[in-house]
Design a protein around this ligand. Structure first.
Ligand code: OAD
Length: 233
């Protein structure tokens, strides 16, 4: 294809796997030991907020033990050097893209380092633990704060901006995601409807592999730097 002028990159848990963060659906993944309905739904939070806070507190604390890998860093380099438009959207709630040098990252499923108040909608950076008695820093309501994570049954963030980007890109690249969760899993179809080229970079054929024009399989730390070099050369 001719050189792309607008690239949309969608990343998932696989890009952070080699940094030591568990994926969700691989063997031993997060959902194997933590039922989704308990820790990743509004109903689970209403039923047992302590359990849900404990789950996200542990994951938030674990961020200080991991580092961005060669794939995050390559995407940071691409964002810096690419002459066209680049939209980086992640389903991940970690901060490894930012620490890898990316600046405008759309976290469609929220962020571990953010919290918001269900009483007044105030949002803030959250680096320490949350509990059912944590007061909101703005309205002081106790029990109002929750992790700024999009749970099952909730609308992912910035969908209008994302759909507009996918519709106007000429290259859509999916990295380290199983293609099991919509609406992100539908982006490849939308991109193709609007005539973009589509590329999957994943450890193995994902659930959505067949929908891509091209799929390359291997670890993200190898595939992503190689692909970035080819775009920048
Ligand atoms: P999954 O756990 O569903 O899929 C991870 C994908 O990464 C799989 O296809 C793996 O083959 C691939 N993978 C694993 N290691 C890799 C590596 N080293 N290099 C490249 N690929 C690798 O995670 P996601 O697709 O991100 O949502 O899951 C999507 C959403 O489902 C998450 O954001 C989360 C989850 O439920 C919410 O919590 C709302």
């Amino acid at each position: 294809m001719t050189d792309p002028s607008h690239i949309v990159i969608l990343t998932g848990a696989g890009i952070s796997a080699e940094s030591g963060i568990d994926t969700f659906r691989d063997a031993g993944g997060v959902w194997e030991n933590h039922p989704i309905e308990q820790v990743a739904t509004p109903e689970g939070f209403a039923k047992d907020p302590e359990l849900v806070h404990r789950f996200y507190n542990l994951r938030r604390a674990a961020l200080s033990t991991v580092e961005p890998n060669a794939a995050h860093i390559a995407l940071g380099r691409l964002q810096d050097a690419f002459q066209g438009q680049l939209t980086l959207v992640t389903q991940n709630v970690d901060d490894l893209h930012e620490r890898g040098g990316s600046t405008d990252v759309i976290h469609m499923h929220g962020e571990l380092l953010s919290a918001f108040c269900t009483a007044c909608d105030h949002r803030w950076e959250q680096r320490s633990d949350l509990s059912p008695t944590t007061p909101c820093p703005a309205c002081r309501t106790a029990g109002g704060p929750r992790p700024d994570i999009v749970w099952f049954g909730e609308m992912p963030y910035q969908m209008r901006r994302l759909e507009a980007a996918v519709q106007s890109c000429d290259l859509f690249v999916s990295i380290g995601t199983s293609g099991a969760v919509y609406p992100a899993a539908g982006f490849v179809h939308l991109a193709r409807t609007f005539d973009a080229q589509t590329l999957e970079l994943n450890l193995e054929a994902s659930q959505g592999s067949a929908a891509f024009d091209e799929a390359r399989h291997g670890p993200a730390t190898q595939l992503v730097p190689q692909w970035v070099n080819s775009i920048l050369s």
